[in-house]
Design a protein around this ligand. Structure first.
Ligand code: ADP
Length: 283
């Protein structure tokens, strides 16, 4: 940490300052973008496919290097994330992926232990895991309700269970920032709901800051403290869920705004001239 002991913690954990990302071939995935991520918030990135959500998320843990601008992290010396600080910064960033990225033939416990690698030298896997690491991994599994599956092969688990393992693996890293890239996109609606609910509960309980990309607007509305909407690599919405009206949502996805149904009127509310006129009689 850069702040001296007892200094007030900054009101941001990560900042993007005019961060622009252009991929080879000239695709501008992110136009110059400014964003502050506040400590403890559950921030959801929304937008159509190709809007730039993954690119923004990956800028936050240095998996994508900006073509211009600055990524700032309050856990690295000087605050600016450069290639020199990447390893240290990633130690603080837990990542949950859409496709779980588990090693199917390994046990669930072995997969969760991979999260402990962030704290050790990469050659750590050559030696047996310490008792401390194993207990941490088991505690992680207990938190996601899968302690009884610790010794099962990862590929025998359902999609929802595999994502819970992915969450446990991120948690054993003791991250200060959790990044989740479409964590429930490959799950059925009921499982997606329960995995999102678990992820949200853990983040709130641990006061863990989360940036989660989603394509389910209803889940974003239910769980986000703040929604950042992207369209064509630009932030076009930034606010609390209740500010994402149907019109703003339609703008975000580039679809025509839904027609509002005419409100129902009672007879008393009808203009007098109509209310007073006799009803046409049936022949
Ligand atoms: P989203 O996560 O919202 O679907 P992405 O950040 O994945 O959006 O992609 C934004 C744009 O960048 C898209 O046009 C996509 O095709 C392009 N893109 C993403 N990754 C790469 C890459 N590695 N190389 C070239 N273009 C890419």
């Amino acid at each position: 940490m850069t702040s001296p002991p007892n200094a007030p913690s900054p009101d941001w954990l990560m900042q993007l300052r005019d961060v622009r990302v252009a991929y080879p071939g000239g695709i501008e995935a992110l136009a110059p973008t400014r964003l502050d991520v506040a400590p403890g918030e559950f921030l959801v990135l929304l937008g159509a496919s190709g809007a730039g959500k993954s690119t923004l998320l990956r800028c936050l843990n240095g998996l994508v290097r900006p073509s211009a601008g600055e990524v700032r992290a309050n856990n690295v010396p000087g605050g600016v994330l450069t290639s020199r600080h990447l390893r240290e910064h990633r130690r603080h960033c837990g990542m949950v992926f859409q496709q779980h990225h588990l090693i199917g033939r390994q046990t669930v416990l072995a997969n969760v232990l991979m999260g402990c690698l962030a704290q050790h030298h990469p050659l750590r896997t050559l030696w047996p895991w310490s008792r401390r690491d194993q207990i941490r991994a088991l505690e992680g599994l207990e938190r996601v309700g899968l302690l009884d599956k610790a010794l099962a092969r990862a590929d025998t688990l359902s999609g929802g269970q595999q994502q819970r393992v992915g969450i446990a693996r991120a948690l054993v890293q003791s991250p200060t920032l959790l990044l989740a890239d479409e964590p429930v996109a490959s799950l059925d609606p009921a499982t997606a709901e329960s995995v999102m609910s678990l992820l949200h509960r853990i983040c709130k309980n641990d006061r863990l800051t989360a940036v989660v990309s989603l394509h389910q607007v209803d889940l974003a509305r239910r769980y986000a403290d703040r929604i950042v909407g992207l369209r064509g690599g630009r932030i076009v919405f930034d606010g609390p869920p209740e500010a994402l009206t149907a019109l703003r949502e339609a703008e975000l996805y580039g679809v025509p705004a839904p027609q509002r149904a005419a409100p129902e009127m009672s007879l008393q509310e009808l203009p007098c001239s109509i209310a007073a006129s006799p009803l046409p009689l049936s022949p």
